[in-house]
Design a protein around this ligand. Structure first.
Ligand SMILES: *[C@@H]1O[C@H](CO)[C@@H](O)[C@H](O)[C@H]1NC(C)=O
Ligand SMILES: *[C@@H]1O[C@H](CO)[C@@H](O)[C@H](O)[C@H]1NC(C)=O
Ligand SMILES: *[C@@H]1O[C@H](CO)[C@@H](O)[C@H](O)[C@H]1NC(C)=O
Ligand SMILES: *[C@@H]1O[C@H](CO)[C@@H](O)[C@H](O)[C@H]1NC(C)=O
Ligand SMILES: *[C@@H]1O[C@H](CO)[C@@H](O)[C@H](O)[C@H]1NC(C)=O
Ligand SMILES: *[C@@H]1O[C@H](CO)[C@@H](O)[C@H](O)[C@H]1NC(C)=O
Ligand SMILES: *[C@@H]1O[C@H](CO)[C@@H](O)[C@H](O)[C@H]1NC(C)=O
Ligand SMILES: *[C@@H]1O[C@H](CO)[C@@H](O)[C@H](O)[C@H]1NC(C)=O
Ligand SMILES: *[C@@H]1O[C@H](CO)[C@@H](O)[C@H](O)[C@H]1NC(C)=O
Ligand SMILES: *[C@@H]1O[C@H](CO)[C@@H](O)[C@H](O)[C@H]1NC(C)=O
Ligand SMILES: *[C@@H]1O[C@H](CO)[C@@H](O)[C@H](O)[C@H]1NC(C)=O
Ligand SMILES: *[C@@H]1O[C@H](CO)[C@@H](O)[C@H](O)[C@H]1NC(C)=O
Length: 662
């Protein structure tokens, strides 16, 4: 190694250890500063409860007297884990129960919200009953009955004997491999001049990041499948080949779901760069490949099969993970199975040139089978990604074959699905329904011309009500998962104002509504904002079953970094990068993230009509900058800027200051 090379290695080894700079944005980081958290408020109580406020912040003892007296404690935000408390004074007949809920709508002494199974009663899970005779002193909830996600805990007296207790706490179970959960590698900060809370967008970025942290769990805390009898729940199933592992939701399903990862993993990359749980989830999927090359739809213990779209999301997740981490050693271990899995979907391509989607399970949308546009949009993304990975793996012939098939598919896709009169893509050739998913994917996966992208963005807006897009392919439903894809489509087609409008409607509702936890992000809701998400589509008319911490709803976190801040990596580990801010009506933004090569950060502001853009990237990397404004004079580090033919500016890693003077 030359002296220069070892110097560069030293610098990058140092940079990787750096954490995000601290600043006012830290107050919006929802992650707890300690692994044991205490109630922050009494929500309500019933019957005879003495000194209940003592249980807030562990200030002393409280007494529940009489059968059915209860106190509902508020942890202030979404948490999850095991409850401990001290039983200071009990008789030999004293008994109590714990009931948990994310939404305050389901604070009830007789039942938790639902996690084990959806049921029209909304009370399937029941309570955790602790019967007489109680031990005295320190008590901890049984490990198997871990509650993965809740904000409210009710403690209910279940006998006529008084019960005096203290020291109520929750030992957080998520992010088990991390001592300081607030130690993010990335950050983001801006001011929203339009929304009622100027810190909305910053809070939302952190809410998405925290949501994904609550979905990052120990290997042996999976939700039981099948569910146990009514009145019980269990979270002690093994989730995959290694832990910690990323799952879909904190309360449920607590299983690996590759579609969800399509949004959750970019969030994880820009915020914590904690990618080992993602690698473990992907390894779990590849290890369970079937002999015909089909990947499962979900991880164990669910291990559902028969989903062509989720099969393809695992392949897309592989490209994401490799791009963020540069983990070539891992890519080599899964490569044989990866190619088998690509061949599995390629074999479904019919003489029409389109894939016949026969594995019908999906994100809950209706339809979706046959020569379907969503499935074929995903296949296009799989093929372009795979060509890229084959090049990395030194297989140029395979790379060009996949690339040629991608090009051919793009032509056929546009012939089959584009409806000129509607300016959108239809679901299949026998319908005029233009789905939110395929139209969003067509734009973000690169199937459109710029004119088509403009038209699709406008067309998607026609689905909106006050709270967001009502998906044509799943009536009465607002899906933050698919809306996360739509959000990218608006930014990528240059419709920044529309993107901001979408964020403020949909996530502005989700983050502030008192139906939810005001800290992590809801799985979905109905067109009128109720929690009855997917009621008629597998969730048994049970609004208590909806998850309030679902990583697939965190789309704005990566979108704010990638588009508003404008910072993206364009090759593995961020060896190359782009900075292309979308001002989006905001006065300023700053933020950054980390890769194994080091720290990247960007800050921009419009000051007295001039535009200032500062960029830091690791030494040895290169990037291009696309300025969002024009000016009479543009300087880079004090010198007149040199523009490339395409209007961009090339930069090497290091610290740079760009100024655009009007
Ligand atoms: C924060 O995380 C980095 C790794 O990203 C680690 O090196 C550092 O020790 C952590 N700091 C604290 C205070 O936990
Ligand atoms: C419970 O305690 C009472 C009063 O101390 C005693 O009379 C009774 O025998 C105990 N019952 C049991 C089942 O231990
Ligand atoms: C939410 O707020 C509204 C209006 O303040 C109130 O009527 C309602 O009871 C609250 N709902 C919950 C579940 O706290
Ligand atoms: C407490 O109340 C519940 C519900 O009314 C009842 O089922 C139970 O038997 C009562 N327990 C005692 C010890 O009285
Ligand atoms: C209070 O609870 C904590 C766990 O949250 C435990 O470590 C501590 O020992 C308990 N205090 C007492 C006095 O039992
Ligand atoms: C690849 O698939 C086979 C089953 O065909 C499985 O046994 C093996 O563990 C998989 N390899 C990896 C690295 O997942
Ligand atoms: C797609 O596959 C299904 C199931 O095998 C078959 O019934 C259908 O005819 C196929 N459609 C096309 C267009 O090939
Ligand atoms: C075509 O799309 C419509 C609308 O989504 C759907 O109802 C229908 O089932 C689809 N056809 C097939 C063959 O899946
Ligand atoms: C490309 O598409 C053709 C036609 O569908 C297929 O036979 C071939 O296997 C595909 N190539 C690869 C590398 O998947
Ligand atoms: C909201 O929509 C749900 C599901 O369609 C419905 O059950 C509920 O009655 C509606 N609520 C209101 C207040 O209209
Ligand atoms: C940007 O990154 C550099 C290199 O890690 C760091 O020293 C600096 O504090 C960062 N600045 C801001 C404002 O984030
Ligand atoms: C960029 O850096 C310069 C010099 O440090 C500073 O004056 C300016 O405020 C910075 N601009 C932004 C948007 O951070």
């Amino acid at each position: 190694m030359t002296l220069l090379a070892s110097f560069v290695v030293l610098i990058s080894a140092f940079s990787v250890r750096a954490t995000a700079p601290s600043g006012p944005w830290d107050q919006f980081n929802y992650a707890p500063s300690t692994r044991v958290v205490l109630p922050t408020a009494v929500h309500s109580s019933f019957g005879s409860v003495t000194n209940g406020k003592n249980l807030v912040g562990n200030k002393g003892m409280a007494t529940l007297t009489g059968n059915g007296s209860w106190i509902a404690l508020d942890f202030g935000k979404e948490v999850g884990g095991l409850i401990s408390l001290n039983l200071n004074s009990v008789t030999n007949t004293s008994a109590f129960a714990l009931s948990f809920t994310e939404s305050p709508e389901f604070i009830r002494p007789t039942a938790s919200d639902d996690s084990a199974l959806g049921a029209p009663s909304t009370t399937y899970d029941g309570v955790l009953s602790i019967r007489a005779p109680l031990p005295s002193g320190f008590w901890t909830q049984p490990v198997k009955q871990l509650r993965g996600g809740f904000r409210y805990l009710s403690i209910v007296s279940n006998s006529n004997s008084p019960i005096t207790l203290s020291n109520v706490s929750c030992s957080i179970s998520f992010m088990p491999h991390v001592t300081n959960m607030r130690n993010y590698s990335g950050y983001f900060s801006t001011i929203d001049p339009v929304f009622h809370d100027p810190n909305f967008l910053t809070k939302l970025w952190y809410a998405g990041a925290y949501t994904v942290q609550t979905n990052t769990v120990p290997l042996n805390t999976g939700r039981a499948s099948p569910a146990g009898p009514p009145g019980t729940w269990s979270n002690a199933a093994t989730l995959g080949v290694a832990g910690p592992i990323i799952v879909d939701g904190a309360k449920r399903d607590r299983a690996v779901w590759p579609g969800d990862m399509g949004i959750a993993v970019p969030t994880q990359f820009v915020s914590t760069n904690d990618l080992i749980p993602t690698r473990n989830a992907l390894s779990t999927m590849f290890s369970a490949i079937a002999s015909n090359g089909a990947l499962p739809e979900s991880g164990p213990p669910l291990s559902q099969t028969g989903s062509d779209t989720y099969h393809m999301w695992t392949l897309i997740g592989t490209h994401n993970y490799y791009t963020f981490s540069g983990d070539i050693a891992w890519l080599q271990t899964v490569w044989t199975n990866y190619t088998r899995a690509v061949a599995f979907v390629e074999a479904k391509v019919t003489s029409s040139g389109l894939m016949n989607v026969t594995g019908l399970r999906d994100w809950a949308r209706l339809g979706g089978g046959g020569l379907n546009s969503e499935g074929n949009a995903l296949l296009y993304k799989v093929l372009t990604n795979s060509a890229d990975l084959a090049t990395t793996m030194n297989q140029p012939a395979l790379a060009s074959a996949w690339s040629a098939n991608a090009t051919a598919l793009k032509t056929v896709f546009n012939q089959a699905f584009w409806v000129p009169e509607l300016g959108m893509y239809r679901d299949n050739q026998t319908t005029t329904l233009c789905p939110q998913d395929a139209n969003s994917m067509a734009v973000i996966f690169g199937l459109t011309t710029p004119a088509q992208a403009t038209s699709v963005s406008a067309g998607l807006q026609k689905n909106w009500n006050d709270l967001g897009p009502v998906a044509p392919e799943l009536p009465d439903t607002i899906s933050p998962f698919i809306s996360g894809l739509e959000l990218q489509a608006h930014f990528m087609s240059g419709n920044d104002a529309r993107a901001m409008d979408l964020i403020r409607r949909e996530w502005g509702y989700m983050l502030y509504t008192n139906l939810s936890v005001q800290s992590s992000l809801l799985e979905g809701f109905t067109a009128n904002g109720s929690l009855s998400y997917r009621s008629y589509r597998g969730y048994s008319y049970d609004p208590a079953y909806t998850s309030h911490a679902h990583g697939w709803s965190s789309g704005p976190t990566s979108a704010l970094t990638y588009f508003v801040l404008g910072l993206q990596v364009t090759s593995p580990k961020g060896q190359t990068w782009t900075v292309a801010p979308h001002l989006s009506g905001l006065p300023e933004a700053q933020g950054g993230f980390e890769t194994p090569l080091g720290t990247y950060n960007v800050s921009w502001a419009t000051i007295l009509g001039a535009f200032s853009l500062n960029i830091t990237a690791p030494t040895g990397t290169t990037g291009t900058v696309t300025l969002p404004v024009k000016g009479k004079l543009v300087t880079v580090d004090g010198k007149v800027a040199k523009f490339n033919a395409d209007g961009t500016i090339s930069l090497k890693g290091g610290k740079h200051a760009i100024l655009v003077i009007p």
